[in-house]
Design a protein around this ligand. Structure first.
Ligand code: GLA
Length: 388
């Protein structure tokens, strides 16, 4: 939907002119389940956006509606803070709660949300909604916060209000993504570097159509298992504060003192961090076969050690092998369903998309959605464009 169309619907519903704020979803090239271990990730923003149209109200009411869902939300700000409702607008409310905690006192407002990021596909529809909502709500007070602060605040909204203990990756890249680049992010310092993705490549995203659900227990359980690993390792090496600090040698030495399952989880994270840095380096040096190899290793590790893949994700990953122009692929995002990401030569992307869909349908009976993408701008770049 074009912003003008959304503004028109908004006008029809709220009888007021709207300002529109947008933020994208993301695809992660490599570095899965490393962000909350203070490690490295390499995601790109993609050209699917959440749009939030907003106008102030004089009566201290906050009204939140969607173009796609019938459930709407209304609260009088005198009964703030709201409770989690188990609905799509929890992401907006959570951001509102965090903004108030950060010192903002917004007046009443009308919000109308339109999301383009496929939901439950592991492409961060929630982070896109959070970031767009934060920008929209901040506009009410004409407040500018640094983008890094906005990303952190949105992550906290999801941690505290929604109850998913996610890391910073999705919100950060939704803010800082750049067209044709991946973002190499150090999730401890929040320093980042833009890594160019060659124009000869497309990111082909294959949706298994099996939805994942982050606030479900498995994600939080993985996080606890990592924390358990850190606790045990820190007794021997006090300088270890997160799995980011653990070397492969230390892990091997301590293997006998770790419960086997915890060791397995730690091994994935420690090696995955290394793979992220190697992938960035391979992009820089133009060694695409190595990038492909690292993506394959990442998938195998997520499947066998971290155990967050699914039969459909594995079928999708296997279906890509041997197709012309295919460089490498893996599951992307939290797992347990959702999408795979494939690096494919631009000239072969269309035929790759057709062929992988046929193979996946033959093996599972499910028709997948395939998206041929390039890395897109994050909300920050969009904001700067709007200011020009
Ligand atoms: C989800 C979370 C991220 C990250 C990934 C796994 O997308 O939101 O913070 O942990 O899973 O890499």
């Amino acid at each position: 939907m074009r912003p003008a169309e959304l503004a028109e619907i908004f006008q029809g519903q709220f009888h007021a002119p709207a300002e529109i704020f947008s933020a994208p979803g993301r695809v992660n090239l490599i570095g899965e389940h490393t962000d909350y271990n203070e490690g490295y990730v390499l995601p790109s923003a993609i050209g699917f956006y959440a749009h939030v149209a907003i106008s102030p109200r004089a009566d201290q009411k906050l009204m939140i509606r969607s173009t796609q869902f019938p459930e709407a939300f209304e609260i009088d700000l005198s009964s703030w803070p709201p409770k989690k409702m188990g609905a799509w607008y929890d992401y907006v409310l959570g951001v509102g709660v965090e903004l108030v905690c950060a010192g903002m006192s917004f007046p009443g407002a009308n919000l109308l949300v339109h999301g383009e990021v496929p939901i439950g596909a592991g492409l961060s529809s929630s982070a896109a909604l959070e970031v767009a909502s934060a920008l929209a709500l901040l506009s009410l007070e004409a407040k500018h916060l640094p983008l890094k602060t906005i990303a952190r605040l949105c992550q906290q909204a999801e941690n505290h209000f929604v109850g998913a203990r996610v890391g910073i990756m999705d919100q950060f890249v939704s803010c800082h993504g750049q067209a044709d680049h991946a973002v190499l992010l150090d999730c401890r310092s929040l320093e980042y570097e833009l890594v160019p993705i060659p124009a000869s490549l497309k990111l082909v995203i294959s949706n298994t159509m099996v939805k994942h659900q982050l606030s479900g227990g498995e994600y939080n359980l993985r996080r606890e298992q990592c924390e358990q690993g850190v606790q045990i390792l820190a007794k021997k090496y006090p300088q270890i504060k997160a799995l980011r600090d653990v070397s492969t040698a230390q892990l091997e030495t301590e293997a006998k003192d770790l419960p086997p399952l915890i060791y397995q989880r730690c091994l994935h994270v420690v090696r995955e961090n290394r793979r992220v840095l190697d992938t960035a380096e391979s992009f820089r040096s133009g060694d695409l076969p190595r990038v492909g190899q690292l993506m394959r290793e990442s998938h195998a590790s997520l499947r066998d050690l971290y155990e967050v893949s699914s039969p459909e994700l594995d079928v999708m990953v296997e279906s890509a092998e041997g197709l012309p122009g295919f460089i490498g692929g893996r599951m992307t995002g939290g797992g347990f369903g959702g999408c795979t990401v494939n690096l494919v030569e631009t000239s072969q992307a269309q035929s790759f998309a057709t062929a992988i869909a046929v193979r996946y349908r033959q093996k599972t009976g499910i028709s997948p959605d395939i998206h041929i993408c390039s890395a897109a701008h994050g909300a920050g770049a969009e904001l700067r464009k709007a200011e020009v």
